[in-house]
Design a protein around this ligand. Sequence first.
Ligand SMILES: NC(=O)c1ccc[n+]([C@@H]2O[C@H](COP(=O)([O-])OP(=O)(O)OC[C@H]3O[C@@H](n4cnc5c(N)ncnc54)[C@H](OP(=O)(O)O)[C@@H]3O)[C@@H](O)[C@H]2O)c1
Length: 330
Amino acid sequence: MAEAVRWGILGTGKIARAFANALKEVPDARLAAVASRSSDKARAFAGEFGAGAAYGSYEELAAADGIDLVYVGTPHPQHAENALLALRAGKGVLCEKPFTMNLREAEQVVTLARSRRLFLMEAMWTRYLPAFLETKRIVESGEIGKVSQVVADFGFTASFGPEHRVFNPELGGGALLDLGIYPLSIATALLGPVQEIKAQAALGPTGVDVQTGFTLRHAGGAMSVCSCSFLARTPCELTVSGERGHVRMNTMFHRARSVTVALDDGSSRTIDTPYLGNGYVHEVIEAQRCWRAGLTESPAMKLEETLALMGVMDEIRRQIGLAYQADQPR
Ligand SMILES: NC(=O)c1ccc[n+]([C@@H]2O[C@H](COP(=O)([O-])OP(=O)(O)OC[C@H]3O[C@@H](n4cnc5c(N)ncnc54)[C@H](OP(=O)(O)O)[C@@H]3O)[C@@H](O)[C@H]2O)c1
């Protein structure tokens, strides 16, 4: 077996834990180091997940030897700063979604990675799920005819206080950045670049969006109807429809283990698709595959697309009247 890819994780929160668990499921991945703003938390995390080293600052991990790829698992407003830190130290980066707070930050990160010829990827893990790849394959095969619509939603009831990162504007709170990016990203992957945007939202007591809906017109004329919510446990479904039928990623689409094709002749079939570990395994495999091949981005989701999606979210936020500290002129 090839030598393991050595990962460093920035942050010790919920998603960092899920990511560390995913690494355990990938035979040629190794958790080389973890960094926290607190040495105690770093040591506890390293002990629990078997990390080779624990650092009490992100800077120390970035500067350390023996790390190939850095995973950024911090709140959204820290993504750009943390990704830049790792890239400046010559490390490849897998950065959580939303990639950054806005397009301007995303451009800074992408520009640096390109200038240093370093690997960079948005951790939009659902794009690497076999259920999504099968959906895309079926659409491209022409089986459901000319495709004109995607309908996708992502919502859960967020029963957290106003200080929690999902509601706290200082931590990038809001449904669009946290959840809306999923339907947006997957609709764009299926229908192509976004040409027109119409959005509406409900803003909550902390001033961030607690529910947002947006319709998109994509290049070629197809449309998507997307929503995200912290107010309701929505079905989290994704359906792509064409002249002759539709394909659905089953159950909640981010947990899909099968897809169903239903055609206008009344027939339908369900195809089982793999789902490794907690689902994040698939993005790890893709990041490692690309990095080992010497690629600087994933062909399955190029950085141009990451940038375009950040631009779409900027425009949705403009329409719903939602700005963050990161949007202030610097
Ligand atoms: N892909 C997915 O399915 C998924 C799921 C959940 C979240 N996410 C993304 O992952 C990111 C983190 O979400 P999470 O739910 O893991 O958050 P979390 O539980 O609050 O953890 C965030 C971690 O970031 C570090 N951090 C650095 N600066 C911070 C600051 N100013 N305030 C608070 N924490 C700070 C902290 O680690 P230290 O104290 O150890 O430094 C903290 O534990 C978000 O961008 C979110 O969108 C992705």
